[in-house]
Write a protein that binds this ligand. Structure first.
Ligand SMILES: Nc1nc2c(ncn2[C@@H]2O[C@H](COP(=O)(O)OP(=O)(O)OP(=O)(O)O)[C@@H](O)[C@H]2O)c(=O)[nH]1
Ligand SMILES: [Ca+2]
Ligand SMILES: [Mg+2]
Length: 764
């Protein structure tokens, strides 16, 4: 139930509005409400449309009325202004209309209850749409105003105003004359009020009291009607009030129910939210935990990695330090090594100097040795040469003696009759020397035997020489072999002396030719000059012919009286160097025949087997230089092998010969190779010759075998024929060239003091 004060206040406001538009209270309140915009408050406003409409139907007025109208008009304007100001105060948001709640908001600022304000709103909201336009608002205001101030308005309006005026009067009077009321009347009225039961319904009973008092005083007959009316009204009011209370009660209940429901819903919602939140939190926590575990794992891994890296770094640091130390050590060592190096370099320099000195010394020594060697060779050659000369002289003498012998034989034939016994003797001795079993010496021995018996003085000289020629290197072996055959042992001193002379290859010499001496080496083949010409053909022909023409019938082909001619020629072509070449091979392979072909350019069948050793010298031109070849012809017969062996030692080259028509001679080649190797190793080049190529019909050794053997032992290989002369010269020239080239290389090496050269391959 609303307090009484509120109802009174509400009527107070209405009173204020009716009484004076410019009343202080209202002004104050509106001003306070419009405080945010004072300009609006102060500026005068043009009157609204509704105002003009309302003011238009004013009729003709007298002066007083005009004054009143004027007054009304100004009051109207002020009222309108106030209404607008109030409207704006209410419409704080500037929407252009006032909603119910806008007005309700003012209940704190205005001395009105919410209920009063609602009543005001309902009254102003003429179209009932729930909000007040400015027009509605001002119209409402002016309606109040005009209905209050204009008595010429419609009847109901006039009534209203009159009533309001009465009210006003009563109020004033009530205020002023309350004390004047009779105690009696007061009691009467109270009784009425009690009867009506209006105390509860009426907040301010003064109005009714005054009305009742007035009625009682002015028209007492209407009083009962009024009282009935009041009773009816109040009963209705009571009913309405009760109804209202009931409704309020129901509303409250409903509100409570709603509240409860809302509370319930709220709680439910809260519960739901809570559970949701919890779930979410749970999930979140789980996720967070999982994530944190993951992160922890990662962190752990990272930490381990870090640890590893740390260790690595430490290790590297350690290594660094070690390396640093090493570096220092190495530096120190380096310095030491450098010092050592310097020392060594100095030493090396010193050694090099010493070496150089030594080399120089060596060189000079070598030169000296070379010189000595040359001198020696020259000496030996000179000796050989003199021997040759001697030999040649002796041969001449022999020829002469043979001639003599012939003569003597002739004489003997003449004397045959005289001495028969002597004749028979001589014939027998001669026959025994005709066989091949004999040796070259045999011829001389044969001659000597005869000579000896014929001429004692001449014989001595002749035999001395002839024996030497045939028994070279044999220590008089032929003598013991052959003398018995002749039945004439070496009785005299001279023959023994001559035969015992040993000419070994060691003593063998560089020809005197090298000295450029004019002495002619008689041991040379008679056709030597011709041979040289074979290299330089034009010369040879001219020289060769006279030789042959002069040649006497001597078996060894040494023409008498040729010596002078050779002497002259020899001076023209002195050899640069001398090579000693030893020929070996089984007996009868044709060594002697080969040499004869090579040196003398002819072949004689029925050659006697060589006894011991023989030699020839031949000068050839190889690549523009003169080379003297000292060719040692050995005896192939078994019994002379030990002699042959000795000759290998000083040989520069060896020729091993086999007979391609005699397989045995080829099979023996290996033995010969062994012998050579035993004596000189493999430092000496070997020429393997297969002789008798002319006799192809009887060939027993295929060419391939010879080639194969040569290849195996790194030999020079030729097939030749002493008979036809095929390959005789070529093969020996090949060997000579090889020897020369080898020597050239060695010489160069000696000069350069280089390392010793390996033996050069001969079959290139
Ligand atoms: N058909 C032919 N017969 C030859 C050839 N060479 C040599 N003869 C003959 O073979 C025989 C032996 O010749 P020699 O020259 O005495 O043999 P050798 O090798 O000197 O013999 P020894 O002095 O005993 O070592 C002789 O009857 C020669 O006529 C040749 O090329 N062809
Ligand atoms: Ca409205
Ligand atoms: Mg021979």
């Amino acid at each position: 139930m609303e307090p009484r004060g509120a109802r009174l206040q509400s009527s107070g406001l209405r009173r204020d509005l009716h009484q004076s538009p410019g009343s202080e209270k209202m002004k104050k309140s509106t001003e306070s409400m419009a405080a945010p915009d004072r300009r609006v408050v102060s500026s005068p406003q043009s009157p609204g449309q509704g105002l003009q409409r309302n003011t238009a139907p004013l009729g003709p007025l007298d002066d007083q009325e005009r004054e009143e109208a004027e007054e009304r008009k100004s009051g109207q304007r002020a009222m309108l202004r106030k209404a607008q100001e109030f409207f704006q105060t209410c419409d704080t948001e500037g929407k252009g209309f006032i909603a119910r709640r806008d007005l309700q908001r003012l209940h704190k600022e205005l001395p009105l209850s919410l209920e009063d304000l609602e009543d005001v709103f309902d009254a102003l909201d003429t179209d009932g749409n729930g909000f007040l336009t400015l027009e509605e608002f001002t119209t409402g205001f002016s309606h109040f105003f005009f209905s209050q101030n204009n008595p010429n308005q419609k009847e109901d309006a006039a009534d209203q105003v009159a009533r309001l005026r009465e009210e006003k009067v009563f109020q004033c009077r009530g205020d002023e004359d309350l004390g004047d009321m009779d105690q009696d009347e007061e009691v009467q009225f109270q009784m009425l009020i009690d009867k009506l039961g209006a105390q509860k319904a009426l907040e301010d009973e003064s109005d009714i009291k005054q009305l009742w008092l007035q009625l009682k005083k002015d028209e007492p007959h209407l009083l009962s009607n009024f009282e009935d009316f009041l009773t009816r009204i109040f009963s209705q009011l009571q009913e309405a009030h009760e109804e209202k209370n009931e409704l309020e009660c129901a509303l409250k209940k409903k509100i409570a129910a709603y509240d409860e429901e809302i509370q319930h819903l709220y709680e439910e919602m809260e519960q739901q939210i809570k559970s949701e939140r919890e779930q979410f939190l749970l999930k979140d926590t789980e996720r967070f935990e999982a994530r944190s575990q993951e992160l922890e794992k990662k962190l752990l891994a990272k930490e381990q990695e870090l640890e590893q890296l740390n260790q690595k770094q430490k290790r590297l640091e350690g290594q660094c330090t070690a390396l640093h130390n090493d570096k220092h050590e190495t530096k120190a060592e380096n310095t030491k090594l450098k010092l050592t190096n310097q020392e060594l370099a100095q030493e090396l320099e010193r050694t090099a100097r010493e070496l150089q000195d030594a080399q120089q010394q060596l060189e000079s020594l070598q030169q000296e040795a070379c010189k000595l060697h040359q001198e020696k060779e020259m000496e030996v050659y000179r000796v050989t040469e003199s021997l040759q000369r001697e030999k040649s002289g002796l041969l001449k003498q022999l020829d002469f003696l043979r001639e003599r012998n012939k003569h003597l034989r002739d004489e003997r034939d003449i004397n045959f009759q005289k001495d028969k016994a002597a004749k028979a003797n001589t014939a027998a001795s001669k026959a025994s020397w005709k066989q091949r079993s004999g040796s070259v010496i045999g011829k001389y021995v044969d001659g000597r035997g005869i000579l000896r018996s014929q001429s004692e003085e001449e014989e001595e000289d002749v035999f001395g020489v002839s024996r030497r020629r045939s028994s070279l290197g044999l220590s008089g072996y032929p003598l013991t072999e052959e003398e018995p055959g002749t039945g004439e042992p070496g009785t005299g001193g001279p023959p023994c002396r001559a035969l015992r002379r040993i000419i070994s290859i060691e003593e063998d010499p560089l020809p005197q030719l090298l000295d450029g001496g004019c002495e002619r080496p008689l041991s040379k083949c008679p056709e030597e000059e011709e041979e040289e010409v074979s290299d330089q053909r034009t010369e040879g022909q001219a020289q060769g012919t006279p030789n042959l023409g002069l040649s006497p019938t001597s078996p060894r082909g040494q023409p008498v009286g040729k010596e002078a001619l050779y002497k002259e020629e020899s001076s023209l072509s002195a050899p640069d160097r001398l090579f000693k070449i030893v020929l070996v091979g089984n007996s009868a392979v044709g060594k002697t025949s080969f040499l004869q072909r090579f040196c003398e350019h002819h072949f004689s069948s029925g050659m006697a087997a060589t006894v011991g050793i023989d030699y020839r010298v031949k000068t050839v031109t190889v690549d523009g230089s003169r080379v003297a070849l000292q060719l040692w012809d050995t005896a192939g017969q078994e019994r002379y092998r030990c002699v042959t062996q000795q000759f290998f030692r000083k040989a520069d080259g060896v020729v091993i010969m086999y007979d391609l028509t005699a397989k045995q001679s080829f099979l023996s080649v290996r033995q010969w190779l062994n012998s050579v190797e035993e004596a000189v190793g493999d430092r000496v080049p070997v020429l393997l010759l297969a002789n008798k190529l002319d006799n192809e019909k009887e060939r027993e050794v295929p060419r391939g075998h010879g080639e194969q053997l040569a290849k195996e032992h790194n030999l020079i290989f030729y097939e030749c024929s002493a008979y036809s002369g095929h390959n005789t010269k070529e093969s020996l020239l090949h060997l000579a060239r090889f020897l020369k080239e080898q020597e050239d290389t060695v010489r160069e090496d000696i000069i350069q003091i280089g390392p010793p050269v390996k033996k050069k391959s001969c079959c290139g």
